[in-house]
Design a protein around this ligand. Structure first.
Ligand code: SF4
Length: 347
């Protein structure tokens, strides 16, 4: 059967990944959340650091949120870290600190969708749930020549039923790992290794030379451009920070004072904006540097980020009453968006 061939391929080709050597649902959960939107090679180090710092779900539940976010720094999509923290608290409060062992209960935890609940149920508890991620969609769509889009509601139902059928009576924890790994290493998005694929003779896309036509996806949402001007307002060893609110990207992270514009501005235009004039009213300043960074891409936004360094007298720092003062040593205590972290590291 097809699933046996995928499992045979897996046994010969699988990578040795730390979360594959455990059935602890807590550790599997952490790895699955980190792997969303992030490459395996990047996740391995973060996974070890996170598990060493929070070896149990209780350690995570009782941790300070800023410490959790700091460990997450660089992985992006910080809502994942916040949801992990919230869900850990809920397991401690509602499940006596024991990770739930049924699909329905796992699915109730914050930040866990159908794929992640299926993966945890299968990997940790060997329950018969087929986990369908992008890798699985790609393999199934090519094997069976599915022209339904993977992200439509009908498509999701169809791919789930194909995956359930393909899993059949195979061991769920092995089958799921096998097909996900097969998609990640063999049936890759670009240049799938069809020449050495054991499924060639049964693959619709290979037989019809249509590998690039699958999977079919609905058109992408529009990408918006945003223009951020970060003001690095400093004196001696101190500079100013503010905390973002929770209505936009990078919720509750810390950043330099920000002027956002609807288009690209040069420095001459920036210092004439009403935001600049209101920030620096009655303050003696010297602009010491203006750096444009390369575009920072988020899923639906391109951020064009400039950093403007503004030196002021140390007594002036106290006039910015909506901002707070930080010294260089204590900056590690504040979780920040990746571009700011990179900028600070370059100073
Ligand atoms: S033959 Fe190519 S497209 Fe088909 S399953 Fe194998 S790697 Fe994927």
């Amino acid at each position: 059967m097809l699933n046996r061939e995928i499992i045979n391929w897996y046994e010969l080709n699988k990578r040795d990944l730390p979360w594959r050597n455990t059935t602890d649902p807590y550790k599997i959960w952490i790895s699955e959340i980190m792997l969303q939107q992030t490459q395996v090679v990047t996740v391995v180090d973060y996974y070890y650091r996170f598990i060493n710092r929070f070896p149990t779900i209780q350690d995570l539940a009782f941790a300070d949120e800023n410490v959790v976010l700091n460990l997450w720094q660089g992985l992006g999509y910080y809502s994942r870290a916040r949801n992990l923290h919230q869900a850990a608290k809920s397991v401690v409060e509602n499940y006596n600190g024991v990770f739930p062992d049924s699909f329905d209960e796992i699915l109730k935890l914050k930040g866990i969708g159908v794929y992640t609940a299926s993966a945890i149920a299968a990997f940790a508890f060997h329950l018969p749930y087929a986990a369908v991620d992008g890798n699985v969609n790609r393999v199934l769509s090519r094997l069976y020549g599915v022209s339904e889009s993977t992200n439509s509601p009908q498509g999701k139902r169809l791919f789930q039923s194909l995956a359930d059928e393909l899993m059949s009576d195979a061991a769920p924890h092995i089958y799921n790992q096998a097909i996900i790994e097969f998609g990640a290493l063999q049936c890759t998005a670009k240049n799938p290794a069809c020449d050495v694929c054991p499924l060639q003779s049964q693959c619709f896309a290979f037989i019809n030379k249509q590998q690039d036509a699958f999977p079919v996806k609905k058109k992408k949402v529009k990408i918006t451009d945003r223009y951020f001007y970060y003001l690095f307002i400093y004196s001696d060893d101190h500079f100013l920070l503010q905390q973002r609110d929770d209505r936009d990207i990078w919720r509750k992270l810390f950043e330099f004072p920000l002027i956002e514009a609807s288009n690209k501005l040069d420095l001459v235009d920036l210092i004439k904006t009403k935001e600049w004039l209101s920030v620096f009213k009655d303050i003696k300043l010297e602009i010491t540097e203006h750096i444009s960074r390369k575009v920072h891409k988020l899923s639906h936004q391109n951020l064009h980020i400039d950093f403007v360094h503004v030196k002021v007298e140390s007594c002036d720092l106290n006039k910015f009453d909506s901002l707070f003062l930080v010294d260089k040593e204590s900056v590690v205590d504040y979780p920040m968006p990746r571009p700011i972290e990179i900028h600070l590291a370059s100073l």
